[in-house]
Design a protein around this ligand. Structure first.
Ligand SMILES: [Zn+2]
Length: 196
């Protein structure tokens, strides 16, 4: 439970570890990181989404969840949409990039060389992947409530790796700090089928 530092609005949090939330009343970002005292209004979100999942209810493996927010990263080429899906205080991300849909879960930390290149092979948790693409993120826009999201981490490279079953995505900042996500491809129809 917390209050907006800008307008005092009472804020409810769904996740055990919500990192940031856009205040419904004033539109400012409230970070729950005690070290982050910044107060800012995010860029308005462009409304050109082919599929808007925010606030949608989702049913997955007999558990009901809700999409609590939306992040959109702008890359030098293209973009990445990420919607956090809240299940009993835990979360996963539904993602879309250039019409390609996938799901990502936070993964255990790893440590890869800072200078990975496309076609390199990497091993994470005993599984090997090849590096398919490296994108440079230039900025982002955000809405709603976001778990597992570092508001300092606005400029980074997204290192996209896969094998024939799984996806591994690493967000790496200029200092080489890395955040790991693993997941799998999902089709547009599969997303539609879990929406209620
Ligand atoms: Zn507010």
């Amino acid at each position: 439970m917390a209050h907006c530092r800008n307008c005092g609005n009472h804020l409810l949090f769904r996740y055990h570890f919500t990192i940031a939330k856009v205040c419904e009343q004033c539109g400012y970002v409230v970070s729950l990181d005690p070290l982050d005292k910044s107060l800012y209004k995010p860029e308005p979100v462009p409304d050109e989404y082919c599929l808007d999942l925010i606030h949608k209810t989702v049913s997955l493996k007999k558990t009901q969840g809700i999409v609590t927010g939306r992040l959109r990263y702008f890359y030098t080429e293209g973009y990445l949409n990420k919607w956090p899906l809240c299940f009993e205080g835990k979360h996963l991300w539904i993602c879309e990039s250039m019409g390609h849909y996938f799901m990502l879960m936070p993964s255990v930390a790893g440590r890869f060389p800072k200078d990975l290149e496309v076609e390199d092979t990497v091993t994470h948790e005993g599984v090997s992947y090849s590096v398919d693409a490296i994108h440079q993120a230039l900025g982002y826009s955000m809405e709603g409530e976001l778990p597992d999201f570092d508001t300092y981490f606005s400029e980074f490279s997204s290192i996209e790796c896969s094998n024939d079953k799984q996806i591994l995505i690493i967000h790496q900042d200029a200092q080489g700090a890395q955040i790991f996500f693993t997941g799998m491809d999902i089709t547009f129809n599969e997303i539609i089928s879990i929406l209620r």
